[in-house]
Write a protein that binds this ligand. Structure first.
Ligand code: ADP
Ligand code: MG
Length: 360
């Protein structure tokens, strides 16, 4: 099949790489110059809503997918009239707005933290007056890697700036013990699979590393129950990832969802028989005939800001390095490494040293 990917970052690059043997042809659309996936497929350097490219994709391609969440909804709706589009535009529309996302979670009975839309500082005063240190102000749209978020007890000028430039919500800060995510893949109502939960560690809103698996049968079951209702609601096709907090009292609180492959699933390239990338491409092309299995404990560490020192890296022992071929920039995701072991304990024992070597 001919597949168009909107966005040509590392996620698109890894999707293409994972489906080498599936016999597809890819094109990638991305307004930036020389993005990671342009090395593996034909790259159209145009805006996502460029009329000519949309017409071309509608007439020449069989399926369109994304590696980037902020693709214009009208473009996907247009494509949906001509070819298969996964994720469906209705799922993307919800994911692009934290308020819609939280509302839908709540409607479907999925546990969320206390949240409210806000327009100005007065709204924050009226809603959480004495409790500002327990709330975060977030823009509803265009947030990633912790961007466009401030604690509600920050300086008024900073808060005002965020409020003036964005529609926002406030969210109660969850006192969590850890964060986990569920990688889901759905081809149709009878063909659906959930990877075991993975545990995620963020600093300053950015994912630093993940450890796999997070074994907890009751939370796994609950996460899958929540996910099933979401996937069904959207009649979803493809990979969808839900991020959760595990609160101090052991409950599962949904934070957000991504209608695409996700950084917390990168371990799956080496850690099981079918990566999230291959699962995604198989499911959107109707080729998901088996599911991932043969899971092994993994540690995935993001390479941020600077490529690590090669000599120091040799101290890591056997590891898999994935470089995205980007230029170094403060807090930019440049690559990731994965270590696989027989027992998770082996990975955790040396975690601090690994993080130190990678300066993470
Ligand atoms: P992004 O779209 O930038 O990933 P998130 O809402 O996932 O935004 O926030 C990034 C990280 O910030 C989370 O993974 C978590 O570590 C922290 N965070 C965000 N919202 C909350 C919250 N309500 N309570 C506690 N921590 C939070
Ligand atoms: Mg997040």
């Amino acid at each position: 099949m001919k597949i168009a990917i909107f966005g040509a970052g590392q996620l698109a690059m890894m999707m293409i790489d994972a489906s080498k043997d599936l016999g597809h042809e890819f094109i990638v659309i991305d307004p930036s110059s020389q993005p990671p996936a342009s090395k593996l497929s034909k790259h159209y350097m145009v805006e996502y809503n460029d009329e000519d490219i949309l017409k071309f994709v509608a007439s020449e391609c069989d399926v369109a997918t994304i590696d980037f969440e902020n693709v214009d909804i009208c473009s996907l709706e247009y494509l949906e009239n001509h070819i298969k589009v996964s994720p469906p535009s209705n799922a993307l529309k919800i994911c692009q707005d934290r308020l819609y996302e939280k509302r839908l979670f709540a409607e479907l009975g999925i546990n969320v933290t206390d949240y409210h839309p806000v327009g100005d500082l007065m709204d924050i005063e009226n809603l959480v007056c004495e409790d500002k240190s327990n709330y975060i102000l977030k823009s509803r749209r265009f947030g990633y890697d912790g961007k466009n978020q401030l604690k509600c007890d920050e300086e008024k000028e900073l808060l005002n700036n965020l409020l003036l430039n964005n529609d926002c919500i406030i969210e109660k800060i969850v006192d969590f013990t850890t964060e986990v995510s569920l990688i889901c893949v759905r081809q149709d109502e009878d063909t659906m699979f959930f990877y075991p939960l993975v545990e995620n560690f963020h600093r300053d809103g950015i994912l630093r590393y993940s450890t796999f698996p997070y074994l907890n049968t009751s939370l796994q079951n609950l996460a899958e129950e929540y996910a099933t209702s979401l996937l069904k609601h959207f009649n979803y096709v493809g990979v969808l990832v839900i991020e959760f907090f595990v609160s101090k009292d052991g409950s599962l609180i949904a934070n957000e969802m991504a209608p695409r492959v996700h950084n917390s699933g990168h371990w799956s390239i080496e850690g099981c028989s079918m990566s999230q990338f291959e699962s995604h491409i198989r499911s959107i092309t109707g080729q998901l005939t088996t599911f991932a299995d043969d899971f092994k404990p993994c540690l995935m560490i993001n390479v941020l800001s600077k490529y690590p020192n090669r000599e120091k890296m040799s101290e890591l022992g056997k590891y898999y390095m994935h470089s995205y071929g980007k230029e170094e920039r403060d807090l930019r995701k440049l690559g990731h490494i994965t270590k696989v072991a027989d027992h998770k304990q082996e990975l955790l024992k040396d975690l601090e040293r690994y993080l130190d070597i990678l300066d993470n």
